[in-house]
Design a protein around this ligand. Structure first.
Ligand code: SF4
Length: 236
């Protein structure tokens, strides 16, 4: 009998699964589940649960993403429902996917000897405040580093915070096909509350000015950094 070359599921279903951070692999018969990790920090219990899920529903392997995320690869389509139910009962959650604020990465600046700010706490607070922002022109990545060594690559994220005792902020960075180095805002911020106001205003500006599927850095190139800075300056 001739083997079917048809994928077992439609592209619409694949797109729907992607919203739950389930990404189809080559051949569209197996999926990778991306899990939410903030600041690259997981508990030992979460790691045990991830290991269990990977062994039970995948092939026992776990992949670490470049943005401190964790993925369970090779979950067969037939097992997705059971996997999702088991994931719901666990202490780990699926990652954010699509045109939204993504998981926030952070270095261990809270306890690294070079750290000048509490990066882990800041990552958690940023995610709590902005992790629900959706319907943006494109994905929006935030990274926090504790000092000028920039281990979490704040210049390569849509918004990067660098601890210098105070906060320095970079906007419009990205990697990918057309990498762009983030622009440093021409002022530094002393208080966390002001930092949150700036981050909020940055995301609002992107929401207002960005074209559909346009990364933030490209919007800055098109509209102009000066326009963004004019909007942010009264908040510093
Ligand atoms: S960026 Fe600085 S504080 Fe953070 S891990 Fe690197 S050296 Fe430590």
């Amino acid at each position: 009998m001739q083997k079917s070359t048809q994928p077992p599921i439609s592209d619409q279903e694949i797109a729907k699964l992607k919203e739950s951070a389930l990404f189809s692999e080559k051949g569209k018969t197996k999926f990778s589940s991306r899990l939410l990790v903030i600041g690259g920090l997981l508990t030992a219990e979460q790691l045990r649960e991830i290991a269990k899920l990977a062994s039970r529903y995948g092939d026992g392997s776990v992949h670490l993403t470049t943005r401190q995320g964790v993925e369970i690869p090779h979950i067969p389509y037939e097992k997705l429902n059971l996997f999702q139910r088991a994931l719901e009962k666990s202490s780990v959650k699926p990652a954010q996917s699509g045109k939204c604020v993504r998981a926030i990465t952070a270095c261990p600046g809270s306890y690294c000897k070079f750290g000048t700010i509490d990066t882990q706490q800041l990552a958690k607070e940023l995610f709590k405040k902005f992790g629900k922002r959706k319907n943006l022109p494109h994905k929006f990545k935030i990274a926090v580093s504790g000092c000028r060594h920039c281990c979490s690559k704040p210049h390569e994220n849509d918004l990067g915070v660098m601890g210098i005792g105070k906060f320095a902020v970079f906007v419009g960075g990205m990697a990918g096909k057309t990498p762009r180095w983030g622009d440093k805002l021409p002022f530094e911020i002393k208080e966390k509350s002001k930092l949150f106001n700036i981050v909020n205003a940055v995301i609002n500006w992107y929401e207002k000015n960005g074209n559909d599927k346009e990364r933030f850095g490209a919007t800055i190139e098109r509209v102009g950094l000066a326009n963004l800075i004019d909007e942010l300056s009264p908040l510093q």
